[in-house]
Design a protein around this ligand. Sequence first.
Ligand SMILES: [Zn+2]
Length: 689
Amino acid sequence: MKSAWRDRDADELVTRSRDQGIASDVALRVYTTRLLGRDPLLVMHGGGNTSLKTVERDLFGEQVSVLRVKGSGWDMAEIEAAGMPAVRLEPLLKLRELARLSDEDMVAFQRANLIDPTAPNPSVETLLHAFLPHTSIDHTHSAAVLSLIDQEFDVPLLTEVYGARVGLVDYVKPGFALAQASARVYEANPGVEGLILRQHGIFTFGDDPKQSYDRMVALVTLAEERLKRGRKTQVFVPAAVPAAIASPSHVAPILRGLLAFPSNDLDSADDKRVVLEFRTSTAIRAYVDGAEVRSYSQRGVVTPDHAIRTKPWPLVVPAPDDTAIEAFADGARAAAEAYLAKYREYFIRHNGVREPAKIALDPYPRVVLVPGLGLFGVGRSVAAARIAADLAVNTVRIVTDAEAIGRYQPVSEADLFDMEYWSLEQAKLGKSSDPAFAGQVVVVTGGGGGIGAAAARAFAAEGAAVAILDRDGPVAGAIASGFKERGLAITCDVTDAKSVRAAFDTICATFGGVDIVVSNAGAAWQGEIGTVADEVLRASFELNFWSHQHVAQNAVRVMLAQGTGGSLLFNASKQAMNPGSGFGPYGLPKAATIALMKQYALEYGGHGIHANAVNADRVRTGLFAKGLLEERAAARGVSVEEYLRTGNLLKREVKPEDVAAAFVGLAKARKTTAAIITVDGGNIAASVR
Ligand SMILES: [Zn+2]
């Protein structure tokens, strides 16, 4: 690897930090921490930390020796000085006298010795940093180093590569015991530049942040160079895969259905859904297509903290033959069931010997390997699915390199269990609950504005991933960007069946499937029914009826593949119940859409698919062509404001958010189907009879 250190950047940060009262050594520590954090081959999703021993003033103005160490919750790539809390060093050093210290006591003691009690929790590897005497210490889970240490015979390999430059520490879970063991290894070999923690990662030391960083670069480079030598010409012998492989958008809903966590209370909620994140590349294909993938992929994670995010092993399913997708679905189901059984046995086997007993986590995989295709990350949120996919891609690289020069062998299963069921992780259980639509994928047509945008926001606010379909791509993009990684904008003409199919394929390839559809896009056409041109009526039917059919048909296709039910929500109209003169071209297809909703409710209720409609009226949106609202108001002899506010029983203006709330309510109403909810402030003539 190349050093990313640039004198100019370092100087700039030092100067800028000085203005904020931050000392230059701390500024440089922040600078190199960012350099490490920005390299995914060194640090990924929390796997690394750094420290600096320095002197700071306390409240009394007295100089105190402190350890500045990475705080939890901070991303090293973006860290600031505030993300490296200062802990009093003397009390930390006194802990060396203890024979043992629980993780809970360690965390509490570290917090109690913070200079700023509001600072984030210091890293769980704080004591390791404290017990070593060096001013600056860097720790990473370098991919190249992991390929050397996750080996059946790692010690001879590490001795060959590093000689006496590093000390080797046997695997111990992070915490007090690892800190003690590491300090002892260092004290026996005080000339070393760093420590290799077997099956875990690497530490380097320095007199200042530049030296520890330079040593990290040098030691990682040695690992990279070793991985280039004596490689097998073909690391994985490929297994035969079918000639026609199903697409990710075809495969994802099947997997997603198998991986939905069953709810504890089936009466009140659907299965807990997951989001999928697909990845593929030449390297991923070589790995997942390997004839021995069920061997090397099941040996365990590359560094133990991955077990918390990805479970100890991925699920491997059969290659999805596009000409026999039913057989794939059956094979994937059998593989998933075997995985759940294996996980439950793993829990019982390891929990049986532990005190106190652990709380079982859900047994579902977080990574799925699909021969012939690639891999999927799985999570209860888009962010979690992406993290799982990132870690899986990193794992492919590390295992491939390990197998290229030897045999991949990570930490033992018992140690993986200890990490996955770490008391500090167990303590977090049950403290936060998922939002109502966590893991659910919602599609909103006409989502770029008005009721559609309000519905998209309402579902996103309760945790859903939301796909926004709109004819106007940039408008959809503006709404979707507000939901960050949970938003997806698709330019789509819902009157075009091909365009709708393509949109649903994109949604399945992006999030893994579909749970709730708000079929909202519509527009008002007018004309006296006895004289209106056929083209006008047909154009209205295309958008106000056919688009709903295209959308519902695609949604049902995906929902049936998932097998976890779903919710179809249609935006109907008052015109369907209570026709207004001259609005036939609008009302007729809307009436047909109500019939369409009932037909879907009838034919798919047995599959847990709900179909309902919201009948909204007098909502100020783009639905009304310019001047139309004014025209309607004038017909009643009132102003637009009055028409909207006072033309209903409740004398309240109906807003897009009110309609959105009705869609959300219907999506949550698990025992309601074929219903029409009216949101119009009250209009007896238009009430459902
Ligand atoms: Zn670590």
